[in-house]
Design a protein around this ligand. Structure first.
Ligand SMILES: [Zn+2]
Length: 316
């Protein structure tokens, strides 16, 4: 029987699982609420139970799974398989995810940061499948980053590399969720976009409650403040990407997350900013594109990180 892997994408809101082949094909998937308010033990129980149920649905036992990969938010210690801290999840400090799941499921478990595995998924079988050097930005509530260099995930010496959302784009700028000022995340995440709009107007189309998506829609509909905020968002992203191009000189930059809905004009604006600002050699060699795996990048990347370790004995 061909080898099968389970990829788990642990989010503050949803717990997604995929049964994935060694080629990255999703054979079956399942999503349920994380119920993070129940605390780490409750969530770990749910992860184990959902893994068993997913296997059963596919007519398999957990023992038929070669290995399990988990992508978690926040800093993780990949060597020890520990989630150091997960923002937005009650009580998640120094949680030994790999150890607990190994004990419950009796399979090898590989833990990685969620944005890193999204990058790895795109690298193995998504938008970046034909390149060796790439980075990814997840444009969501925050901005996550993942880097693949020469075909390997780059984690840094203590697993805190690739925090690309915290590249500083404005000296003394807006306060970021990390406590610093002027981070890319403080400007170009969904939260940042809403906060920048709010600084100029308390209401959008008469409503006091609105989302980042509403701002993009209003920009398309001719709202001038919204249009400017969206333009500046593309500029901040372009500036951040330019700095990263000068460090990494990658062949591809993959953008993913909720902002993908903004479509080609927004992407083209980012491309223009990078073209104007980056060294020609760096920008000419680099394609900036949307993700092709979208919301499945997490489960696919997690499964393939487990697959890489299973196949080579070395981390992805
Ligand atoms: Zn920050």
């Amino acid at each position: 029987m061909p080898k099968r892997y389970v990829g788990i994408d642990l989010g503050g809101t949803n717990l997604k699982l995929g049964l994935v082949g060694a080629d990255g094909r999703v054979l079956m998937s399942h999503s349920s609420p994380t119920e993070a308010a129940g605390g780490p033990q409750h969530v770990l129980d749910r992860m184990a139970k959902a893994t068993v149920e997913l296997c059963e649905k596919a007519g398999l036992g957990v023992s038929d799974i070669a290995a399990i990969g988990v992508g978690s938010p926040g800093p993780v210690d990949t060597k020890r398989g520990v989630v150091v801290f997960a923002p937005n999840m009650t009580g998640w400090r120094n949680i030994p995810v790999s150890g607990v799941l190994k004990k419950k499921l009796r399979r090898p478990v590989r833990l990685e940061n969620d944005a890193n595995i999204a990058a790895y998924g795109e690298f193995r079988c998504g938008a970046a499948r034909n390149v060796r050097d790439m980075f990814l930005l997840t444009l969501g509530t925050g901005i996550g980053g993942g880097i693949v260099l020469d075909g390997r995930l780059f984690r840094g010496v203590s697993d805190t590399g690739a925090e690309l959302g915290h590249v500083i784009v404005q000296n003394g700028g807006r306060v970021c969720g990390c406590g610093n000022r002027g981070c890319l995340e403080a400007y170009a995440s969904a939260t940042g976009v809403v906060a920048r709009f709010r600084a100029e107007s308390a209401r959008l189309g008469g409503k006091a409650e609105f989302t980042c998506e509403d701002i993009f829609v209003a920009a398309d509909g001719g709202n001038q403040i919204a249009a400017r905020i969206v333009e500046e968002t593309a500029e901040y992203l372009g500036i951040g990407i330019t700095s990263l191009l000068h460090v990494l000189n990658p062949s591809m930059v993959v953008l993913t997350g909720g902002m993908m809905g903004a479509g080609k004009p927004f992407l083209d604006h980012i491309r223009r900013v990078v073209k104007e600002r980056a060294f020609e050699g760096a920008s000419a060699a680099c394609e900036i594109c949307w993700s092709t795996l979208g919301g499945d990048a997490g489960i696919i990347g997690a499964a393939l990180a487990a697959e890489a370790l299973d196949r080579t004995g070395k981390p992805a």
